[in-house]
Write a protein that binds this ligand. Structure first.
Ligand code: ASC
Length: 157
């Protein structure tokens, strides 16, 4: 092997080592619990993202855009049933999060609260395209109450 070839393979070896080492340091593969906690937090982020404009339209802070309102409401109804999947018993801890351990001591109650949100968001999604702002405000109120009743019991501040 020539000196030039040797240095090329030495460089390749160094590059390969760097490629193997850097992701492990900079972007480590999450544990199952970390990934699950990230999933459920993402779900709540998306819920909040979509509630925001509906709430602002109901309060008159921004103009009512009927199509957007209906779209956000439809998304809420699609997102709500994704919540429970983020709460398996093996993801109580493993990353910073606000889920109280009581969730897993009272899982039937927790599930009932998640189902209440499913129902409230489905109802809101049903009235949203009609443009009846009174019905939409009432529907949003029910969604907010469903959020709150679960947060009060099961979310740490
Ligand atoms: C939101 C949000 C919550 C709920 C809650 C409803 O948009 O981030 O936690 O609605 O405020 O009472």
């Amino acid at each position: 092997m020539t000196a030039a070839r040797l240095s090329v393979s030495a460089l390749c070896a160094a590059g390969l080592l760097a490629a193997l080492a850097v992701p492990a340091l900079a972007d480590e593969k999450p544990t199952k619990a970390q990934w699950t906690i990230k999933y459920r937090q993402a779900t709540f982020t998306l819920l909040a993202w979509n509630i925001g404009p509906i709430s602002s339209m109901v309060k008159g802070e921004i103009p009512v855009d009927q199509a957007r309102l209906a779209l956000h409401a439809k998304r809420l109804a699609e997102l709500s049933p994704m919540i429970l999947e983020g709460f398996p018993a093996d993801a109580k801890t493993g990353a910073p999060n606000k889920a109280k351990p009581e969730i897993w001591d009272n899982f039937a109650d927790f599930r009932a609260k998640a189902t209440a949100l499913d129902e409230a968001t489905a109802k809101l999604a049903k009235v949203a395209p009609g443009g009846d702002m009174k019905a939409i405000a009432a529907g949003l109120g029910e969604v907010g109450n469903a959020c709150k009743s679960c947060h009060q019991k099961y979310r740490a501040d």
